[in-house]
Design a protein around this ligand. Structure first.
Ligand code: ZN
Ligand code: ZN
Length: 149
């Protein structure tokens, strides 16, 4: 199982660096891996494994899973848990933090810079460095709040 933050590697600067990283870590850059990397860079958003399989079309599902695991180890991709469903994958190092409505499942994104003061305060008081990406911040969205009221 891949745990978040196990990759000590900073996110690659671009697609070419990502491909180069796979190669320099002894991985063969198959057509499938290249297509997966291209997809993650093109989409810049979270996708379920099913969505990735569908978008890639003619690629072996288990090969895609293995590639995703390798991409996580290499710091190219990361996975998130949005709600109780399956994990979603996205490019590592995106500047956004997911915020989820636990009533309707709507997902919002805020810029990481807006969380900095809070993250620093929690770290100062507890020594815990928050990872706000692996599990999203959850709450009730405006629409759901209006319905409940
Ligand atoms: Zn996880
Ligand atoms: Zn909602």
């Amino acid at each position: 199982m891949t745990r978040p933050g196990t990759s000590s590697l900073a996110p690659p600067a671009d697609l070419d660096s990502a491909i180069e990283r796979i190669r320099s870590h002894g991985g063969r850059v198959t057509a499938g891996k290249r297509a997966l990397a291209e997809l993650l860079y093109a989409e810049q958003r979270s996708l379920t494994a099913d969505e990735i399989v569908a978008l890639l079309g003619d690629h072996d599902r288990s090969a895609i899973y293995r590639s995703l695991a390798q991409f996580e180890e290499l710091g190219i991709a990361e996975h998130l848990h949005l709600g109780h469903g399956q994990a979603v994958y996205r490019l590592a190092g995106l500047p956004t933090v997911p915020v989820l409505c636990s009533a309707c499942g709507a997902t919002f994104h805020i810029n990481r810079s807006h969380t900095r003061a809070f993250v620093e305060r929690v770290s100062k008081h507890t020594g815990v460095t928050l990872d706000l990406t692996h599990f999203p911040l959850t709450g009730t969205c405006q629409q759901c709040a209006a319905t409940i009221r």
